[in-house]
Design a protein around this ligand. Structure first.
Ligand code: THU
Ligand code: ZN
Length: 184
């Protein structure tokens, strides 16, 4: 009989008070940049924000669709590329935040302007059965800049308002990456 190998993957649903200041800032940046998404075809708006180990700067991206469809840029890809553009090829990701939902969906969170960088969650969370994660194409893009670190966090706000957290290792358990090409 064939030998079976298994890997357990996990995610968590966070309460707002479990978010660090850094988590809040990243989620807010992703929430804000999502408003600039250009998605006239899918009407699905995605915002992404990344924190790196190289600096304190937050880099953001949103999806940009083209009529040719396949030339669409994904939000996570755009945020990662913005970080590489500023930092260079040694850019190492620390954390990725994603906010995505169809256009017109009122994500049940609101911001308090006079409390700098503070997100307020308006409703209790709906339980979700999977974390909000990037597509496979974006997971590959993220993995290339994780420096082999499986524990890079993927933080997201689901359209229900639930905050989910997982890691690149859990979301993308079996990877093809730089190591396969002999590059550490
Ligand atoms: N999209 C992203 O920006 N990131 C993902 O990882 C999932 C999909 C965008 C692409 C397209 O503009 C829209 O969401 C629907 O697929
Ligand atoms: Zn993607």
């Amino acid at each position: 009989m064939a030998e079976e190998k298994t890997k357990t993957v996990k995610f968590s649903i966070l309460e707002p008070d479990e978010l660090s200041d850094e988590d809040m800032r990243l989620l807010e940046a992703a929430y804000e940049v999502r408003k600039n998404a250009q998605a006239p075809y899918s009407h699905y708006l995605v915002g992404a924000a990344v924190k790196t180990w190289n600096s304190d700067e937050i880099f953001t991206g949103c999806n940009v669709e083209r009529a040719s469809y396949t030339q669409t840029t994904h939000a996570e890809q755009s945020a990662v590329d913005a970080a590489v553009k500023k930092i260079g090829p040694k850019m190492k990701l620390k954390k990725v935040a994603i906010v995505s939902a169809p256009e017109g969906v009122e994500i049940p969170i609101s911001f308090v302007e006079d409390l700098e960088w503070t997100i307020q969650f308006a409703h209790p969370f709906d339980p979700v059965d999977q974390p909000n994660v990037p597509c496979g194409h974006c997971m590959q893009i993220i993995w290339e800049n994780c420096g082999g670190d499986d524990s890079v966090e993927l933080l997201a706000i689901h359209q229900s308002g639930s905050i989910t957290k997982t890691t690149i290792g859990d979301a993308f358990p079996w990877k093809f990456g730089p190591r396969d090409l002999g590059i550490e």
